[in-house]
Design a protein around this ligand. Structure first.
Ligand code: ADP
Ligand code: MG
Length: 464
């Protein structure tokens, strides 16, 4: 399809934007073969080389594609994908990537672009893992040291030391990375070992499929034959009674047979709502370790290492600049680096502080400011309530304590007056705020669980 210079420039800008918002492997796997078909007013049509790529992109990257289209063609832009054999690599076979687990079923996984088979022999289940998620690429810091050490221990003595090993922490802090690295190392070291890494979502999908196909027995048999089962993001089982029951039996069977179980979740068992008590008890049988946001020094190392892996050496000032822009998640640091690398390549510019400042000029440094609303949202998420709950007039105990702690943190971390704090927390008066502060101080002094919560909130707010 012949293109004008203007179309070509817009198309490149579209691709650069996509590249800044998806990880490198996904970009290489799914976007590099996109071709510009046409740009008509606000409508951008891209050609895809086969129908599977089209449906995969629609399903998994719709938001990134729409964002990128709006970025280069304005707010009304729309993006259309069109299968066009003659536009791309027409000799390509129209095959889906293989499924990601050794369980029953045929569906493909959203992450299959970024996985590759590790083992696929005889009765050993296939283990598909992201090849970036290895120990060599994992930066150890005070925030994840214990989890990292526990994983190494599991590798050297599976099912002996910690069973289950339960990693918990907010999104983007490396849980999946560690789980996959552990599974990979386990099977590398013991090629006969039956190791399975599975996301909780995949586990549930396979279960539903087995129910439908009436193959539950074989689904169970396969799981129970494993030597190590790692289930990522078990918090997705919340409220799903039937799934929890199935998982409970799988857990028991493996644990009784002294097989290793590794789990990850966005919170620790005590804070997991809508779970059967017996399951939560089992989650705590082994070792619980937390994954916290990395301190600045670790963020600097992560920025440096990540850019090196993409072929760029960052100066200390750029690495520090990035570390100060993203402090709540490693994923955010990676996103920024991907964006910078894409821009450096597109504009053929060095990846220096000037480029970093320009590229990230629309982002506010996340680490330096503590606003009442940021504090309130951290406290609310820690306690499983909403900011609106904290501001409301309701006086249920489940709201009182988080509200008092949020008020206390706002008082200690910002220079807001008692009246301003009262105003933010639903129009409370000065004496109510003073009272909440006294209650919070008392609680913190008396109750070690509250102190733990406060430590975690502080850490989420990056106060070390
Ligand atoms: P989670 O599962 O906790 O949401 P992930 O494991 O998916 O987080 O991590 C998000 C991204 O950050 C991944 O690309 C991962 O490789 C990277 N990452 C997380 N922690 C580290 C670390 N300590 N060192 C290097 N990369 C990390
Ligand atoms: Mg994860």
């Amino acid at each position: 399809m012949p293109q004008t210079v203007c179309e070509d420039r817009r198309w490149k800008s579209f691709l650069a934007h996509v590249r800044g918002s998806v990880d490198n492997r996904s970009y290489a796997a799914w976007f590099q073969r996109l071709r510009l078909h046409q740009i008509e007013n606000h409508r951008l049509t891209a050609a895809v080389p086969n129908p599977f790529v089209k449906s995969y992109l629609e399903k998994n990257f719709r938001v990134a594609l729409d964002d990128a289209a709006r970025h280069c063609l304005g707010p009304e832009a729309s993006l259309h994908l069109r299968y066009c054999a003659a536009c791309g690599d027409e000799h390509e076979s129209v095959e889906e990537p293989q499924k990601t687990t050794g369980l029953e079923g045929t569906g493909s996984s959203p992450s299959s672009a970024a996985v590759q088979p590790v083992i696929a022999a005889g009765s050993v289940p296939e283990l598909f893992l992201n090849d970036r998620y290895v120990f060599d690429n994992f930066v150890v810091g005070p925030n994840n040291q214990l989890s990292h050490a526990a994983c190494l221990q599991v590798i050297s003595a599976p099912a002996v030391a910690y069973n289950p090993l339960f990693l918990h922490g907010a999104s983007g802090l490396g849980k999946t990375h560690l789980l996959q690295a552990t599974c990979r190392s386990l099977s590398d070291r013991n090629p006969g070992l039956r190791v399975l890494y599975v996301s909780c979502e995949e586990f549930m999908n396979r279960f539903v499929e087995a129910l439908k196909q009436q193959t539950l027995d074989s689904f169970r048999r396969r799981l129970r034959r494993l030597d190590c089962l790692a289930v990522d993001d078990v918090h997705f089982l919340a409220g799903k009674k039937r799934m929890q029951e199935e998982f409970f039996h799988t857990f028991n069977a493996l644990h009784d047979a002294r097989k290793q179980i590794i789990l990850s979740s966005d919170s620790k068992p005590d804070d997991m709502l809508d779970f059967e008590e017996r399951l939560l008890t089992r989650f705590q049988w082994g070792l619980l370790t937390s994954m916290l946001p990395p301190p600045r020094e670790t963020r600097v190392s992560i920025a440096t290492r990540k850019s090196e892996s993409l072929g760029y050496r960052l100066s200390a000032e750029v690495a520090e600049f990035l570390a100060d822009m993203a402090c709540s998640s490693v994923r955010a640091i990676e996103g920024m680096i991907n964006k910078l690398v894409a821009l450096a390549e597109l504009y053929q510019r060095p990846l220096d502080l000037e480029l970093a400042r320009e590229a990230l000029s629309d982002q506010i440094p996340a680490c330096s400011v503590h606003t009442p609303s940021r504090i309130a949202s951290e406290v609310a998420s820690k306690f499983g309530v909403t900011v609106a709950d904290l501001k409301s007039a309701r006086r249920a105990r489940r709201l009182l304590v988080p509200r008092q702690l949020a008020i206390y943190l706002t008082r200690t971390l910002t220079d807001a007056s008692l009246n301003e704090i009262g105003g933010f927390f639903g129009g409370r008066d000065h004496s109510t705020v003073a009272n909440a502060l006294r209650r919070a101080e008392h609680l913190i002094g008396e109750d070690s669980t509250i102190r733990d919560h406060m430590d975690q909130i502080r850490s989420a707010l990056h106060i070390h």
